[in-house]
Design a protein around this ligand. Structure first.
Ligand SMILES: C[S@@+](CC[C@H](N)C(=O)[O-])C[C@H]1O[C@@H](n2cnc3c(N)ncnc32)[C@H](O)[C@@H]1O
Length: 336
């Protein structure tokens, strides 16, 4: 038997050091600066307005963490940080890190309180039961949140657009569409598909701008509304990305039922997020996401593939399956 080692304990216990270093680098737009042109220590420190005491350790920490490279005294982005963290590129996914830095990082310092009370620890701490009403009261926060969702979801959205058998279907509705990246990727990869993005009215302009920027305004429409008050738009495929986990079990079941009602016979419902493994022992990201729902919502939680296929069967779906997408994300598919 090997001796127990402390490495993992210390790495995770002090993991916030590395996390906050990356979040601050995104906040001060370090990767965007370096994408313009690589710099040596003094020039980069000056351009970013850093104190001489901090700059060298900060940049070299990012080298050691493999977010920067240093060659002959000059700092460069890595291929990944250049592609994903340069704000001027369409491939930028830093929105989610900006949101994590401004909102989740301080809220997670109250995790122990959430564990003891079961109460959210975000802006809704002193407010009403609907996290989105509070989040969207500030237009800047609304926009930041919706863009952040694109950052979280983009990889899985591409996988759904490419790997689901779209040839069998003509229309799609994306429920809680946010900026609309999922339905956009589906439409870009499948020119025969037309669709509806359904979300709260406040989301309309952010969705419409994104769809227009992708040249899809003639095929993708926005339908404002709340899934609490009305039926879901009818389509051959109904999709929900990161929706079910926001809500308690009763609302989850209601949403699965409404998806069933919106589909024709043979239609498909796709629910996707960081689906937890059925044994609840390996998808740490999915389980942490569920703790994030504890911080962010009044009743939300993430769930296993078996949980979701169970709700689908209850609602009447005749066939269900779980398919892995990318990283911690999977989709649960129900066929009516
Ligand atoms: C966690 S985000 C998921 C966004 C996107 N589907 C994704 O996976 O990136 C939840 C979305 O649900 C929307 N939403 C919240 N309450 C809603 C309601 N009552 N009716 C319709 N959409 C709602 C929010 O505006 C937000 O866009």
């Amino acid at each position: 038997m090997s001796e127990p080692q402390p490495d993992q304990i210390l790495q995770v216990g002090l993991g916030f050091w590395a996390s906050k270093t990356l979040l601050s680098a995104v906040e001060i737009e370090l990767f965007t600066e370096l994408a313009r042109h690589p710099e040596d220590l003094e020039a980069l420190q000056r351009r970013l307005g850093l104190h001489p005491r901090s700059a060298r350790d900060f940049f070299d920490t990012l080298v050691a963490l493999k977010f920067l490279e240093r060659r002959e005294g000059r700092y460069y982005n890595t291929p990944a940080t250049d592609f994903f963290l340069d704000k001027r590129k369409p491939s930028y996914i830093g929105g989610v890190l900006e949101m994590a830095n401004q909102r989740l990082y301080p809220f997670w310092s109250r995790l122990t309180i959430a564990l003891r009370t079961g109460l959210p620890q975000n802006e809704t701490r002193d407010g009403g039961p609907d996290p989105f009403a509070v989040l969207y009261a500030d237009p800047a926060r609304l926009k930041q949140f919706l863009k952040a969702m694109t950052g979280v979801s983009h990889g899985a959205n591409l996988a759904i657009a490419r790997h689901f058998p779209w040839n069998n279907y003509r229309t799609v509705a994306d429920i809680g569409t946010a900026q609309g990246d999922l339905i956009t990727q589906v439409a870009l990869a499948n020119p025969h598909i037309d669709g509806t993005g359904f979300d709260l009215p406040e989301v309309a302009s952010v969705f419409e701008d994104y769809v227009e920027a992708n040249g899809l305004s003639d095929r993708l429409k926005f339908l404002p509304g709340s899934f609490f008050d009305q039926p879901l738009p009818k389509a051959d495929v109904v999709m929900m990305g990161h929706i079910l986990h926001d809500w308690n079990l009763d609302v989850k079941r209601m949403l699965v039922r409404k998806a069933f009602e919106a589909l024709p016979q043979g239609g498909a419902f796709i629910a996707y997020e960081s689906i937890i493994d059925d044994d609840r022992s390996t998808n740490a990201f999915g389980l942490l996401m569920s703790l994030n729902m504890l911080i962010e919502t009044t009743g939300g939680f993430d769930y296993t593939g078996a949980d979701c296929t169970g709700w689908m069967k209850e609602a009447g779906f005749r066939e269900t399956r779980v398919e892995h997408l990318v990283g911690p994300d999977s989709m649960v598919i129900g066929i009516k």
